[in-house]
Design a protein around this ligand. Structure first.
Ligand code: ATP
Ligand code: MG
Length: 393
């Protein structure tokens, strides 16, 4: 079937007035961005509370649909056949051929739903639905009408041309990126943080990211893996500014000065501080982590409190109540799972203690940090100023 247009439906009740217009404009922008590398010419515009993508020349349908499925804010993607109006008898024939081509097996129920934005059309919408329904019934003996719970709704919209569609591909849901500011994701090579970034971005939030590595203890391959994960998130969130921070000296220094069972917590506190520094500099409104209560020693309620203690921006933890399997399910859906499970050392796992504290006391942790003195400030400044900045598309 040759489709000439995508009709894009969006949800989110309650976007009214000025907000609706911002929402739609952001959506148009995101749709254009999603299609920019798809072969073909696409005209994206809004009209009567819908977004349309006209694809008049040759284009790659599969790839276009694939890309549209990643645009947050869309709830449905309808591929449309546009027919030139050559009178109602021709329309009947064309709609019958449409049904024939779309549905090889016709043992299903249907109804026709019509709208007429061209009021001069000789039939009203009731008549259009009834007469086209009849034509379909006559053409295909197995097909049945069910006006209450049809398997297929054939939508007819009479404008200058006649739009026909019956398929609704589910969209990604959420809100268009750019309608809810920006946040800084602490992105490791694990399973959780990419999912956390995806989930916050789904609510319309643009993403920046910070990754801490510890060369030569962690390899170039580990860094490549994080870049690959950022690319996968960027397919949904749009471009990501990724900060790659060399954390080696900070880690070695903490290792040298502090009790080893507190190492992970102390390291996490420095990660939060550094990520927050970049976040503030770029106007991010919060931090995002992939933490989930009780998953590991560093994610007990006490550990989370100890990590949170150093943050002044809100920390968003969208996976907080998720079980591992639930996180894995999302990772598989967004195609980050296979990359995440590649076995490369994360900077945290190298210096990790055999028996880390599971119930750190914040006062004790703060006292341990006092041993780090001014030297740690110099190391942090060094790490910040030498961070590598990558634009991930
Ligand atoms: P993940 O699967 O996201 O790595 P995890 O279960 O391994 O999570 P931790 O290693 O305790 O958990 O990390 C908790 C969170 O801290 C991560 O989800 C991530 O947001 C952040 N984080 C951990 N290590 C790094 C790192 N090397 N660089 C950036 N952020 C990190
Ligand atoms: Mg990890």
């Amino acid at each position: 079937m040759r489709f000439h247009t995508f009709l894009l439906k969006y949800g989110e009740i309650g976007i009214k007035g000025k907000n609706r217009y911002l929402f739609e404009d952001a959506l148009v922008r995101q749709v254009r961005y999603a299609l920019k590398d798809v072969p073909g010419e696409f005209k994206v515009y809004k009209k009567q509370a819908r977004i349309y993508v006209d694809c008049d020349g040759e284009y790659d349908y599969e790839e276009a649909a694939q890309q549209l499925k990643k645009v947050f804010g869309l709830v449905g993607i309808c591929p449309v056949v546009r027919l030139t109006d050559k009178g109602f008898d021709e329309l009947k024939k064309d709609v019958v051929s449409y049904m024939d081509e779309m549905y090889e097996d016709k043992a299903f129920t249907f109804k026709v739903e019509s709208r007429r934005s061209r009021k001069t059309y000789p039939k009203n919408s009731m008549e259009i639905s009834r007469d086209l329904g009849e034509a379909i019934l006559e053409a295909f003996p197995e097909i049945r009408v069910d006006v209450h719970h049809p398997d297929v709704t054939v939508n007819i919209e009479v404008r200058d041309e006649v739009y026909v569609y019956s398929q609704i591909i589910p969209g990604a849901g959420g809100m268009p990126v750019g309608t809810n500011g920006k946040a800084m994701l602490l992105l490791s090579g694990g399973i959780d943080s990419p999912v956390a970034g995806y989930m916050v971005s789904k609510r319309g939030v643009g993403i920046e990211a910070t990754y801490f590595h510890a060369p030569p203890y962690t390899s170039e391959r580990a860094k490549q893996k994080v870049i690959e994960l950022a690319q996968k998130i960027a397919e949904y969130s749009g471009p990501i500014k990724l900060h790659v921070v060399n954390f080696t000296d900070i880690q070695l220094y903490i290792y040298d000065q502090c009790p080893h069972d507190e190492l992970t917590i102390l390291m996490r506190r420095y990660m939060m501080r550094i990520a927050e520094h970049f976040a503030r500099k770029d106007g991010c409104l919060g931090l995002i982590t992939g933490e989930s209560i009780g998953q590991v020693a560093s994610q007990t309620m006490q550990s989370l409190a100890a990590t949170n203690d150093v943050c002044t921006l809100p920390v968003y933890r969208p996976l907080i109540g998720f079980d591992k399997q639930e996180i894995v399910d999302v990772a598989e859906k967004i195609d980050t799972y296979e990359t995440s499970i590649q076995p490369f050392e994360d900077c945290c796992t190298i210096f990790v203690a055999k028996h880390p504290v599971t119930k750190p006391n914040i006062d004790v942790i703060r006292r341990s940090e006092e041993r780090l003195d001014e030297k740690i400030d110099a190391l942090v400044s060094e790490a910040v100023s030498t961070a590598e900045i990558l634009d991930i598309k």
